[in-house]
Design a protein around this ligand. Structure first.
Ligand SMILES: Cc1cc2nc3c(=O)[nH]c(=O)nc-3n(C[C@H](O)[C@H](O)[C@H](O)COP(=O)(O)O)c2cc1C
Length: 203
């Protein structure tokens, strides 16, 4: 099997937000799809180790902001490279509006938002698939939405060439995290973006 074939799948990118009753939180996902038109439904697949997962599991409410080609890497660092379990991701971040369902839509580096209420959940092992009915949707700008391929080519900083240390480096193809060591354990999970060994390359 060539698992690299899965990198040929095209995805959009989204800031997925939820509110735990006290605090707003959000993470970056590439796993949102429209799956029906009547009723209008979307699905999102969220890793169980994400704090956003736990909030959506509890409240059943979220807003997904569609990331545009105007987004900068800071947006990905803020929402995709740290967890709301330990930081307040919306601290000093004024670029949002509150949707009708009380979750936040990000208004900078995005071109639309979709608010939805979960109607079904499916346990998929590492992730939960939430199927949700769209309750509100709005276009924010005419800038084209960013694809995952666009993010890798134009937004994610190019990996620096490491000085020769004599040690083997394994780099996460998703977020760029580097692991030093001859062998990467089979059960290794990227501490930043939670992707497994299959998404690492030897550099
Ligand atoms: C480009 C990119 C794509 C990502 N895609 C997903 C995804 O589809 N599903 C997911 O659960 N996490 C995804 N992540 C990882 C989460 O955004 C990340 O683990 C985040 O820190 C979780 O934050 P939280 O614990 O506050 O929810 C992605 C991260 C990046 C940078």
């Amino acid at each position: 099997m060539d698992a690299n074939a899965l990198f040929k799948i095209s995805y959009g990118l989204f800031v997925l937000s939820a509110n735990d009753g006290k605090k707003d939180n959000a993470c970056i996902i590439n796993t949102l799809q429209q799956v029906s038109s009547d009723p209008l439904m979307v699905t999102v697949a969220v890793n169980k180790s994400n704090y956003t997962h736990d909030i959506i599991d509890k409240t059943g409410l979220f807003t997904a902001s569609v990331i545009s080609e105007a987004a900068n890497f800071e947006l990905f660092k803020r929402f995709g490279f740290q967890s709301g379990k330990s930081v307040d991701k919306f601290e000093n971040f004024p670029h949002y509006l509150r949707a009708v369902n009380k979750t936040l839509a990000v208004t900078e580096g995005t071109c639309a938002y979709i608010s939805a209420e979960v109607v079904k959940k499916l346990d998929l092992g590492s992730h939960t698939l939430f199927a949700a009915k769209v309750e509100e949707a709005k276009i924010l700008s005419d800038t084209p939405p960013a694809t995952y391929a666009y993010y890798h080519a134009n937004i994610k900083p190019k990996a620096e060439t490491k000085k020769e240390t004599g040690k083997t480096i394994w780099r996460c193809k998703i977020c760029g995290y580097e692991y030093e060591g001859e062998d990467l354990p089979d059960d290794f999970v990227c501490p930043i973006c939670k992707h497994g060994k299959i998404d690492f390359e030897k550099v």
